[in-house]
Ligand binder design. Structure first.
Ligand SMILES: Cc1cc2nc3c(=O)[nH]c(=O)nc-3n(C[C@H](O)[C@H](O)[C@H](O)COP(=O)(O)O)c2cc1C
Length: 135
């Protein structure tokens, strides 16, 4: 089973989760500026919410790599909203990509909010999540 990990992260929070997932897999945590080089069965897509939306670079990555993605597993952080899952699912549906019903979300630090998040607890939790996804 081929696994890939991509992230888009303005302030490092989603990147932390991506690196924790990469620790549990054979894949490297790479930014979405790095296209997929081969077909991947499971893509852990680590992203966050900015001004209520998913960043344009994430949308671009999905559109440009859709032929190489079997399934996306959404992994997100945000300060206020509960997850980017609904937005990612909608984008993927438009591109014909399936999205796992299982997702990971935790709070991410933003200005004075959620200092230190994702914290060690979140890092352990996302590692456990990744192991579960990979069976
Ligand atoms: C420019 C900007 C806009 C943001 N807008 C929102 C928002 O609309 N809703 C929300 O829940 N969090 C918002 N946040 C908080 C981020 O989702 C949160 O800090 C996230 O963990 C950032 O992840 P990153 O470090 O991977 O970029 C915003 C953060 C930034 C920097």
């Amino acid at each position: 089973m081929r696994i890939a990990v991509r992230y888009y992260s303005k302030t490092g929070n989603a990147k932390k989760l991506a690196e924790a997932i990469a620790d549990e897999t054979s894949a490297k945590a790479l930014p979405v500026s790095e296209p997929l080089t081969e077909y991947t069965d499971i893509l852990f897509l680590c992203n966050s919410v900015y001004w209520v939306g998913v960043d344009g670079n994430v949308k671009k990555f999905i559109a440009e790599n859709k032929e190489k993605i079997g399934k996306i597993v959404n992994v997100s952080t945000a300060a206020l909203i509960e997850s980017s899952y609904a937005q990612i699912k909608k984008l993927c549906e438009q591109s014909g990509i399936s999205v796992s019903a299982d997702e990971f979300h935790c709070k991410g630090s933003f200005q004075m909010m959620h200092k230190g998040k994702p914290d060690n607890h979140d890092i352990q939790a996302v590692k456990t999540f990744a192991k579960k996804i990979m069976g």
